[in-house]
Design a binder for this molecule. Structure first.
Ligand SMILES: CCCCCCCC/C=C\CCCCCCCCCC(=O)SCCNC(=O)CCNC(=O)[C@H](O)C(C)(C)COP(=O)(O)OP(=O)(O)OC[C@H]1O[C@@H](n2cnc3c(N)ncnc32)[C@H](O)[C@@H]1OP(=O)(O)O
Ligand SMILES: Cc1cc2nc3c(=O)[nH]c(=O)nc-3n(C[C@H](O)[C@H](O)[C@H](O)COP(=O)(O)OP(=O)(O)OC[C@H]3O[C@@H](n4cnc5c(N)ncnc54)[C@H](O)[C@@H]3O)c2cc1C
Length: 667
């Protein structure tokens, strides 16, 4: 970016920066080559003239917006394919594909479920022969798919799904049916008019027996004409709070037949005569959801980095109010309340990225063990993925909303892109497992772990701290990062113990365990949250410490400041818990508050440099407020002028309605 076009505030901010921004960019990307490759492909995509919209997408009708999203995403696929053929991008991460898609359409790609869930399910749930047949076609986009699990009547409770797949040994086919209105598939992204195939999760019946939900590979449209196949009822579910271009659909089946080998058979099988071969673990059917819950953390870190870049740059450009009489109006970033709104969001993006990588590595290891037949660590991975997906999505939505508020009125403009990012992030609290539902899954694991504590068993690594803090009432507090982490673990242990005790207290004679569980469930969710916060604090601190040793001292210092800010912010937010479960005093809290304010001041000079370190191109930011040059007001006006209402000085509604109204008023 040519520095001469940059507004004076951002030039000054960049001069103040105490570390090398390029070094931070390489750290986030995973190396210099990775940065170069990402930039190369972003450059090719974002400078393609076919990608640029003449009319901003938010002015298009619902239908036009979808068609435009498809057109541009097809160009993106074409470019990516061409480049992948040309060279091997060893360092080009899958997450970069997602990142680039934000430079193509502002909202969600209708192909997201193809990449995010259809392909992963084919890879993880098909046997070798099925994989060889389907995966190359899906990878090359010869076929386009989605993941159809949720129904009108059931989303969370997968065992309650109603779509049936009944095996007919005479023809060696499954017959798919949608028995009720509530059994219609409802929500899958790209299902409405994009996909010609999908993974359908349905209740399996064979030889008159019911075997629970299983995944099936189903073609729903003709490959040539795209017309829905006979027996398929498919359409779009309509506008939503966000995800306008995701093309979410509904789907019903009427005696729709698929070959026997279209059941994904890596885990369970149905033989030609209808004999059912059970999976080693029936929860492996839920494997794609675990995978997606893990990668959602990267997505949240990225969306937070976009919102942070917009709000921090804008806050450096924007001047408002005088702190002292006769002095110039302050850059709003110099108000400490503004720093309080901004910097925790910046640091949270780093925390989610490093914890996301840790979770990804855990996932890879556990998955490799599962491949060798060892399922021992699956419950721990499931419990981790559930609470991290739930808490991080909720936190990310709160942070994006705070960034929007930090931009005042202009943050409410669609052209700021904060409302669209808000919609994208809010959706993630619900999809891939609703917040409370996932938190209660982790709580199940915690209750079992507490049984282990009582039985003096050795606990699995992520809950081993429960044993350490099981006996003491209030844990000794220390105003250090190690002390904070111990404090969070003590709070998690205390809450787990209390939730466990609450269940026991509700378990009066004649009360079922499930009812006692329900009565204690507010406490169970609270225990899950505390456990998750302990993990976020412990892992982010150890990872940021490790990373800080791999970079220059100046950058290392900034990374540690961001990590400490995260710990200190959450200690202050959760001071009530710390007062209950540790010996923290009011004097200790005052010290934490003082350190927090000190950290805000330390981060302040580097704030613009830190968000520059996310290295998000203007085309991917899509924001009038966040562009690299800081020409906020010019861009707001340029975008306003694009409103179709500004194409004519007098709108015809004046003559049709307003004038008659005014004339009637005169009478
Ligand atoms: C290098 C990185 C690459 C990065 C690439 C980045 C690219 C980014 C690109 C794209 C991003 C992808 C974005 C994708 C967008 C997705 C859009 C949304 C899609 C969807 O929403 S699909 C639908 C998702 N639906 C759900 O999530 C439903 C939620 N419900 C459930 O999961 C379950 O029903 C339940 C867990 C709530 C309950 O199940 P149930 O069978 O009733 O089980 P229980 O009786 O409660 O428990 C039984 C037992 O099983 C354990 N268990 C449950 N689930 C699992 C599991 N998944 N794995 C392992 N174990 C499980 C449970 O804990 C119980 O154990 P216990 O009895 O206690 O021992
Ligand atoms: C933008 C978006 C995209 C989506 N994409 C897809 C897709 O591609 N494919 C697909 O299959 N699905 C998709 N979904 C569906 C999504 O996975 C479900 O909406 C989600 O799993 C929640 O299920 P539900 O809607 O049935 O909510 P419900 O389960 O009905 O939740 C409603 C309320 O009930 C509460 N509740 C439910 N069960 C319990 C319980 N056991 N204990 C306590 N409280 C409970 C919840 O906490 C919540 O407050 C998408 C959803 C959205 C919003």
């Amino acid at each position: 970016m040519a520095e001469h076009n940059v507004c004076v505030e951002l030039v000054r901010e960049r001069q103040k920066c105490t570390f090398e921004v390029q070094e931070l960019i390489h750290l986030i990307d995973g190396g210099i080559t990775a940065t170069e490759e990402r930039r190369e492909v972003e450059n090719v995509v974002c400078t393609d003239p076919r990608i640029k919209d003449v009319v901003p997408e938010e002015y298009l009708s619902h239908k036009e917006r979808y068609e435009n999203a498809i057109r541009k995403n097809c160009i993106l696929q074409e470019i990516l394919k061409k480049y992948t053929e040309k060279r091997t991008w060893d360092n080009f991460r899958p997450s970069n594909k997602y990142r680039i898609s934000s430079g193509v359409v502002k909202d969600i790609s209708p192909f997201m479920l193809h990449t995010g869930m259809f392909i992963p399910t084919l890879v993880n749930q098909s046997d070798d022969e099925q994989k060889a047949k389907w995966v190359p076609k899906a990878m090359s986009m010869e076929i386009i798919g989605t993941y159809a699990q949720t129904e009108l009547g059931h989303g969370s409770f997968i065992r309650g799904l109603e779509t049936t797949a009944t095996y007919d040994p005479n023809t060696e086919e499954f017959v798919l049916n949608t028995p009720n209105l509530t059994s219609y598939k409802w929500w899958p992204g790209g299902l409405a008019h994009t996909a010609n195939h999908c993974i359908v999760v349905a209740q399996l019946y064979s030889k008159g027996q019911h075997y629970g939900v299983h995944p099936f590979f189903v073609q729903i449209r003709d490959i040539e004409t795209h017309v829905p196949l006979p027996g398929i009822k498919v359409g779009e579910i309509g506008p939503k709070l966000g995800f306008q271009t995701a093309n979410n659909g509904f789907l019903g089946f009427e005696n729709f037949r698929i070959p026997r080998r279209n059941m994904l058979m890596k885990n369970a099988q149905v033989l030609k005569d209808g004999t059912y071969i059970k999976s080693k673990n029936d929860k492996l059917t839920y494997g794609t959801m675990v995978f997606v819950r893990v990668i959602i953390l990267f997505d949240l870190a990225f969306e937070l980095s976009r919102a942070a870049t917009i709000a921090v740059r804008y806050s450096a450009v924007r001047h408002q109010s005088q702190l002292k009489a006769n002095e110039p109006e302050l850059q709003i970033i110099d108000y400490v309340t503004q720093q309080h709104k901004l910097f925790i969001g910046v640091s949270t993006s780093h925390v989610f990225r490093v914890v996301g990588l840790w979770l990804w590595n855990t996932y890879v290891k556990v998955n490799a063990d599962i491949g060798k037949g060892n399922m021992d660590q699956l419950p721990e991975l499931h419990a981790l993925a559930c609470c991290l997906k739930a808490v991080c999505s909720r936190d990310a939505a709160a942070r994006v909303e705070e960034f929007r508020l930090a931009c005042g009125g202009h943050g409410f403009m669609t052209s700021s892109n904060l409302p669209i990012i808000n919609g994208i992030v809010s959706a993630s609290i619900t999809y891939e497992g609703e917040f409370s539902v996932l938190m209660l899954q982790t709580a199940r694991f915690l209750m079992k772990a507490w049984n282990g504590v009582l039985a003096r068993k050795t606990l699995t690594p992520t809950v081993s701290y429960l044993s350490k803090f099981s006996n003491s009432d209030r844990v000794q507090w220390a105003n250090t990062t190690a002390g904070i982490i111990s404090g969070f673990q003590a709070a998690a242990a205390g809450k787990t113990k209390e939730a466990y005790a609450a269940i026991q207290s509700y378990l009066k004679p004649g009360t079922d365990y499930e009812d006692a569980w329900n009565s204690a469930s507010v406490q169970l969710v609270s225990a899950s949250e505390a456990h998750c916060r302990a993990i976020l604090c412990e892992i982010s601190w150890s990872e940021m410490q490790r990373l800080s040793k791999t970079v220059s001292p100046n950058l290392g210092k900034v990374l540690l400041e961001l990590a400490e800010l995260y710990l200190t912010y959450w200690s202050l937010e959760k001071r009530g818990d710390l007062l209950m479960y540790t010996t923290i005093s009011t004097a200790d809290i005052a010290k934490l508050q003082a350190r927090y304010e000190e950290l805000l001041a330390l981060i302040r000079p580097n704030a613009v440099g830190i968000v520059d370190g996310f290295d998000i191109r203007d085309e991917i930011l899509n924001s009038t407020l966040g562009a690299y040059d800081g020409r906020v007001y010019e861009r707001l006006m340029e975008e306003a002028k694009k409103s179709p209402l500004n194409a004519e000085p007098v709108n015809e509604s004046f003559h049709k309605y307003i004038k008659p109204l005014m004339l009637k008023a005169k009478l």
